[in-house]
Design a protein around this ligand. Structure first.
Ligand code: 5GP
Ligand code: ZN
Length: 112
C-alpha cells in the first residue's frame, strides 16, 4: 500500500470504483475515461510502480493478470480486444501502479 497512490486507494476501497472482478491478488474495474465502449483495468493489489520495476518475483502475478484479460473480455461480450501496459512517463503512464488496459467493443481498432 502506497498512501499517495490512487489505485492503492481503490484496492483498499478508500475511493470508489466500478470494480467488477476481485480475487486475492487483483482488482478489475472500468476506466474512468474509457477510450472504447469497453475499457477496463487489471490492477494487482500489490503496489508495483510499473512493468519496469517488476522482477522474477512478479512472474506469477503478471501471468495471472494477462490470463485474466481474455476471460473478462469474453464475459463482457468482447470478441476481440487490445491490451496495453503504459510504462514510464515517456510510455504514457500516468498512474504509477502497474495495470493492464483492456479495451474494445467498438469499430475495429486501428492498426498501430
Ligand atoms: P495510464 O496512463 O497510467 O496507463 O492509465 C491510467 C488510467 O487510469 C487512465 O486511463 C485513467 O483514465 C484511469 N484512471 C485514473 N484515475 C482513475 C480513477 O480514479 N478511477 C478509474 N476507474 N480510473 C482511473
Ligand atoms: Zn499503488
Amino acid at each position: 500500500m502506497n498512501a499517495d497512490c490512487i489505485f492503492c486507494k481503490i484496492v483498499s476501497n478508500d475511493i470508489p470504483s466500478n470494480t467488477f472482478y476481485e480475487d486475492e491478488d487483483v482488482v478489475v474495474f472500468h476506466d474512468i475515461h474509457p477510450i472504447a465502449p469497453v475499457h477496463f483495468l487489471i490492477v494487482p493489489k500489490l503496489h508495483v510502480e510499473s512493468l519496469a520495476s517488476c522482477d522474477e518475483t512478479h512472474h506469477g502475478l503478471l501471468g495471472k493478470m494477462l490470463l485474466l484479460a481474455p476471460k473478462l473480455a469474453t464475459q463482457l461480450g468482447l470478441k476481440g480486444f487490445r491490451t496495453m501496459i503504459n510504462t514510464g512517463r515517456e510510455g504514457g503512464q500516468e498512474v504509477f501502479h502497474i495495470h493492464i488496459h483492456v479495451f474494445g467493443g467498438g469499430e475495429t481498432l486501428p492498426k498501430i
